[in-house]
Ligand binder design. Structure first.
Ligand SMILES: NC(=O)c1ccc[n+]([C@@H]2O[C@H](COP(=O)([O-])OP(=O)(O)OC[C@H]3O[C@@H](n4cnc5c(N)ncnc54)[C@H](OP(=O)(O)O)[C@@H]3O)[C@@H](O)[C@H]2O)c1
Length: 253
């Protein structure tokens, strides 16, 4: 049986992916920094659903984090039929007041490690019929985001990269999807210092609903869970950019 590699499996959307895939009898490779959480999750998934869940501790903020992870997977001889690049974080504040190191780590996790892991694992994915990649972007991908400038830019990259790969790999059997959730219940808001924003004060979707939507449409290029989120993205496309970036800034002031 081939595995789905799932980064950021220790919390939030990643943990919900782990549960729903395990329920579908899918074996998993769970990746994050908090190893104890991953071990507990792997045991729970094995007991509840009878699947095999491997645990690999990895820090994707390190420049060689993705390469080391890919080497571990290859050296173990594990076949891979899916990759979910879900690990990511944000950091709210004025760009010049935030720690540069954390902004650069964000680019490493949200962008560079996502690209590197995709590159390293594509040969394994191509070897399996019907395989897939889900890159977790965000509705933030569709406009600029004052107070979260790097986060929004990183998600715009993920969306653009995923759409391009979707076309490139169309006839290779590897489906590529950009998942673009809006505000979702997880540890993200507290990690990003966003719990007191209008964005997270409004309607927040459960991680389970986001993941159900993503998995049901995993062969689509872009998946935006929730009618309200889709309406916001569509109306944003009809509006001048100075309006959409101001609204984004207002939502997270
Ligand atoms: N929640 C939202 O409102 C929302 C909306 C749109 C998009 N998203 C995106 O959804 C994805 C999942 O976020 P979430 O909402 O589930 O947030 P979360 O609950 O904070 O989970 C983030 C996951 O990423 C992992 N991670 C963070 N830094 C890492 C690193 N350096 N190395 C390895 N793993 C790392 C964390 O694991 P460890 O800490 O154990 O390493 C954790 O498992 C992210 O890409 C996020 O940008 C979230």
């Amino acid at each position: 049986m081939a595995y789905v590699v799932l980064t950021g499996a220790s919390a939030g959307i990643g943990e919900a992916f782990a549960h729903q895939l395990a329920q579908q009898k899918q074996d998993l490779i769970l990746v994050a920094r908090r190893e104890e959480r991953l071990q507990a999750l792997a045991t729970e998934l094995a007991d509840r659903y009878g699947i095999t869940a491997q645990v690999v501790k990895a820090d994707l903020a390190q420049t060689d984090g993705a390469a080391t992870l890919a080497e571990t997977i290859k050296a173990s001889g594990w076949a891979v039929c899916g990759l979910i690049n879900n690990a990511g974080f944000g950091d709210r504040g004025d760009f010049d007041q935030l720690a540069l190191e954390r902004q650069l780590a964000m680019i490493q996790v949200n962008v560079s490690s996502l690209v590197a892991l995709t590159w390293h694992l594509l040969p394994l994915l191509k070897a399996q019929a019907g395989s897939f990649i889900i890159n977790v972007a965000s509705t933030a991908a569709f406009q600029a985001g004052p107070k979260l400038a790097i986060y929004y830019a990183s998600k715009a990259f993920v969306l653009s990269f995923s759409e391009a790969l979707h076309e490139e790999l169309k006839h290779s059997g590897v489906a590529v999807s950009a998942l673009c959730p809006g505000a979702t219940e997880s540890e993200f808001a507290s990690e990003a210092n966003m719990t007191d924003t209008k964005l997270f004060d409004g309607s927040v979707m459960s991680a389970e609903t986001v993941v159900r939507h993503s998995l049901a449409h995993r062969r689509r290029a872009i998946v935006i869970p929730g009618l309200l989120n889709r309406l916001m993205v569509w109306s944003g496309k009809l509006s001048p950019r100075f309006i959409t970036r101001r609204i984004a800034g207002w939502l997270q002031a």
